[in-house]
Design a protein around this ligand. Structure first.
Ligand code: FMN
Ligand code: SF4
Ligand code: SF4
Ligand code: SF4
Ligand code: FES
Length: 628
């Protein structure tokens, strides 16, 4: 059915409000226990993480079991996007009961139906238990306490494959407001006033980018949604597209009508099959409802979108490389200016925006710039989504107001460091970011403060490291990535990052010299100023920040020839202590045959022949082997 005007959109919204009436609104923990007799919705997480842990099968079995027990008309099962709490997936939430079950498996399905729906009691073993307090939670998990979900507002709240759910949740209302109650320039002014900045890494003001694109005279202009998301460990954009694809389409429509573009592209990683699938469904449904295509909602505005698959290289996320990739040429960055807003796709003014940036647009239009600008810090407004990874208890996706401290994200939301180890550093900004030490845990994070402490916001990767991580090795790991991903166009980036990697390898092998630190710093500075694109310009950040904050670890590798964290293999020395009982097990498992000793006597390792494989330490039942 094609919607011919706003009245029809509003009527459709009212008609479908019933779909959501039993759902607890995100960020609102209203007690719903009085509504036991209302029909229930089981929202099963259908994000990639839970998908991989069998959540579609859980949903299927739940439907079958509910049918078998005669409850199909009282309980509906739906698949959503990511809940953010991926560490504890698969997750399912029951509305309006306000109950969240974690680590659900197919074997739990019969108990959920019997205990929760028939006996009306909680399935205790599936409730979240806080590892620090051992308290059980059916709702209001500490993980969500300090979060504010704007970009992720609909992920886990609606079924993303049904446009009616999005429409019931105010979907396409912002588009309707823009088309009938606002002028393109007033929309741009509103976005400028909101203070929204690009979430793809650069932090450029979004409204200004739209204005610049609109100002350039042309018969055709384009809007591109950048969903390339190449940072290792990042999955913010994927989750938004999986959980709320229409919000991105609606934002592209709004951007298109404001900058004067009738065509949009979504450039997405081909490695994101679920996000692509949900986007394809969303585009098809939006066309069926007349929300994409000719004369949208009866206005003069015509707009359509096309999906383009990423070429599989990190550098293709850089906007000019991305444009070349869509044009069918090599995905290499080009010199700016001209900026895409001046001469972009096929030479036409083009606005490139990141997925998360776009997901913020509809709520800004609906709730107003002042509301959005009231969240965050002086120069960084709104919220930021982070992919929390590494040695933290609650690995997942979190959305917090700008200005939240790292301590809050890692310890309150993230539940602290795994296995009660101590925090060493947090890496923000993906391979281009820096490592932030404990002394900066209380810095309120925003674009500027992260740069001031040697890192950057990047697209939102946040990797936590503990005492067991070697910072020299971490810097080497990120350099490996940039060496592989450099497109090779500039000598400084192509050759320079390789040399940096060689020096770091030398240091981790115990062959470093003191002047290597000066060489590293000098080369880093040269690469930063002489590289063409952000990849080369920021590749040295992990080295510069670790030298600044963890110089003692570099010195330990270079001067003392030791790796304090016990990570760099070449620097390890395995040693048998006097706890040895002479059981001979280690000698039997040593691949180099370099452990000798008689039964019941303390054994000895021949250091010259030892391969540092650690097999002996693993096998010893008496903890008699140590390394340093
Ligand atoms: C090497 C490199 C990779 C990038 N990868 C991405 C990416 O995957 N997604 C993204 O949105 N921006 C990426 N960017 C930033 C884009 O060039 C561009 O600034 C961004 O898409 C603009 O959107 P925004 O203003 O909404 O942030 C990358 C930049 C560089 C230098
Ligand atoms: S800085 Fe590196 S990735 Fe960027 S254009 Fe130059 S060689 Fe290519
Ligand atoms: S396995 Fe342990 S106890 Fe047995 S010989 Fe080796 S070091 Fe000694
Ligand atoms: S670390 Fe490996 S090679 Fe070295 S002594 Fe132990 S088992 Fe043998
Ligand atoms: S994918 Fe299920 S909680 Fe993230």
């Amino acid at each position: 059915m094609k919607l011919k005007n706003t009245d029809e959109l509003n009527a459709l919204k009212i008609q479908n409000l019933v779909l959501l009436e039993n759902r607890r609104v995100p960020n609102n923990s209203a007690n719903t226990s009085e509504s036991q007799d209302r029909p229930r919705h089981v929202m099963v997480c259908g994000g990639t993480g839970c998908h991989a842990s069998n959540s579609p099968e859980i949903a299927k079995l739940l439907i079958q079991e509910l049918q078998r027990r005669g409850l199909s008309d009282k309980v509906q099962v739906l698949q959503t996007g990511c809940f953010g709490f991926c560490e504890k997936g698969p997750i399912l939430e029951i509305h309006p009961d306000n109950v969240l079950y974690v680590e659900v498996s197919t074997e739990d399905v019969a108990d959920i139906v019997e205990e929760h729906f028939i006996q009306g009691k909680l399935v205790e073993r599936l409730l979240y238990i806080d590892p620090n307090t051992e308290k059980r939670f059916a709702s209001d998990l500490p993980f969500y306490h300090s979060q504010l979900r704007i970009a992720l507002r609909n992920c886990s709240y609606i079924a993303p494959e049904d446009i009616r759910e999005y429409i019931a949740a105010d979907g396409y209302q912002a588009l309707s407001k823009v088309l009938f109650n606002m002028s393109p320039t007033s929309v741009i002014e509103e976005i400028k006033k909101s203070g929204l900045r690009g979430r793809g890494g650069g932090g450029f003001p979004t409204g200004t980018k739209w204005e610049l694109t609109r100002q350039n005279e042309a018969k055709q202009r384009y809007i591109i949604c950048n969903a390339d998301e190449g940072d290792p460990g990042a999955f913010m954009d994927r989750s938004i597209l999986e959980g709320d694809p229409h919000s991105v389409l609606e934002a592209m429509l709004i951007a298109g009508s404001s900058i004067g573009a009738s065509h949009g592209f979504i450039y997405i990683r081909a490695e994101y099959p679920l996000a692509i699938h949900r986007l394809e469904i969303a585009i098809k449904q939006a066309r069926q409802y007349g929300l994409l295509g000719e004369k949208i909602l009866g206005s003069e505005f015509c707009f359509d979108v096309e999906i383009k698959y990423g070429a599989g290289a990190f550098v293709c996320g850089e906007e000019t490389a991305l444009i070349h990739s869509i044009e069918g040429t090599r995905g290499e960055p080009s010199v700016k200016p001209p900026f895409p807003a001046q001469q972009g796709l096929w030479g036409k003014p083009t606005c490139v925006n990141n997925v998360e940036t776009l997901a913020n647009i509809p709520p800004i239009i609906l709730k107003g710039a002042d509301w959005y600008a009231g969240i965050g810090t002086e120069k960084s407004k709104g919220t930021k989504v982070f992919a929390l990874a590494g040695k933290v208890n609650n690995v997942g996706l979190v959305e917090v107001p700008m200005g939240t401290t790292l301590r809050k994200i890692i310890f309150d939301i993230g539940g602290g460091i795994k296995r009660h180890k101590s925090f060493k550093a947090a890496q923000t900004g993906g391979p281009s970011g820096g490592c932030i030490p404990a002394k900066h845990l209380d810095t309120p994070i925003d674009y500027e403060s992260l740069i001031a402490i040697g890192s950057m916001m990047g697209s939102g990767g946040l990797i936590v490291m503990d005492e067991g991580d070697c910072m020299v090795n971490i810097a080497k790991f990120f350099l490996e990535f940039t060496v592989d991903e450099s497109c090779g166009r500039c000598t400084a980036c192509r050759v320079g990052t390789k040399r940096l990697h060689e020096i770091l390898t030398k240091i981790t092998e115990g062959k470093g010299a003191l002047d290597d630190l000066d060489k590293l710093e000098k080369l880093c500075k040269t690469i930063k100023v002489s590289s063409l694109c952000g990849l080369g310009q920021s590749a040295p950040n992990p080295i510069l920040s670790t030298i600044e904050y963890f110089r003692d670890e570099y010195l330990a590798h270079i001067v003392d020839k030791t790796c304090p964290a016990g990570v760099c293999k070449s620097l390890l020395r395995y040693h048998i202590t006097d706890k040895c009982k002479g059981c001979t097990l280690c000698a039997k498992h040593c691949p180099a045959g370099c452990i000798t000793g008689s039964t019941k006597d303390r054994h000895i390792i021949d250091q010259e022949r030892c391969l540092k494989c650690g097999a002996c330490m693993e096998k010893c039942h008496f903890g008699a082997i140590s390394h340093h």
